[in-house]
Design a protein around this ligand. Structure first.
Ligand code: FNR
Length: 185
């Protein structure tokens, strides 16, 4: 069964470790799973006054990318023990319109990468809380936190095999969840 995933990095910087992690995942996936990385550069700061129909173009594109995908993979920096404002902003947009948000029932995997030892895992509680508020479905089993991430990439390419394997195992659980939900109708 073919699956399409959308990957969102919660960092705008070009040398982002989190985007590099998504790219590494993209390259490692089996042929039946496609991952498209959707950038957040064009997503404005949330303002309920502009959350109207038609939505701002960057918001419409974000919502459509999530809606069209079978599953979502987030890769967030940890900023002060939480997620980045960039990612929170995107998730807030994706949690609306209230009646039918694109995040609703969306199978989702949380990843983070940090130069620190804990790999950004302290951001996961906040991300999971936000995802649950929007009705997303969390991937069963451990999510992915990549510590000492600067040592695991060379020129943006992942060099650490255990990280790749751990990430692939998590995505396999995400894919299984998608298939299970599909079968359940
Ligand atoms: C950080 N960083 C950081 N790292 C961490 O492990 N725990 C933390 O709480 C924080 N807090 C924090 C706050 C702010 C404002 C900044 C700018 C940075 C470091 C962060 O993990 C590092 O900059 C990563 O490289 C950011 O992710 P990208 O941009 O590489 O994807």
């Amino acid at each position: 069964e073919k699956l399409t995933l959308v990957g969102i990095a919660g960092s705008l910087r070009s040398a982002s470790l989190n985007r590099a992690l998504l790219r590494a995942l993209q390259a490692a996936l089996p042929a039946r799973i496609a991952l498209r990385i959707h950038p957040l550069d064009e997503v404005p700061l949330y303002n309920q006054e502009i959350d109207i129909d038609p939505a701002p173009i960057g918001v419409a594109a974000l919502r459509q990318a999530i809606a069209a995908a079978d599953g979502l993979v987030l890769a967030s920096p940890e900023y002060n023990n939480g997620m980045s404002g960039v990612l929170k902003n995107a998730l807030d947009w994706a949690s609306r319109p209230y009646a039918a948000p694109c995040l609703k029932s969306k199978p989702t995997l949380v990843m983070s990468a940090s130069p620190g030892m804990a790999g950004g895992v302290r951001s996961h509680v906040q991300i999971v809380t936000t995802l649950l508020a929007a009705g997303a479905r969390l991937t069963p089993g451990p999510h992915v936190a990549v510590g000492s991430a600067r040592d695991k990439f060379t020129d943006g390419a992942l060099t650490d095999e255990p990280t790749r394997e751990f990430m692939l195992a998590a995505v396999n659980r995400l894919a299984a969840e998608i298939v299970r939900l599909r079968a359940a109708g």
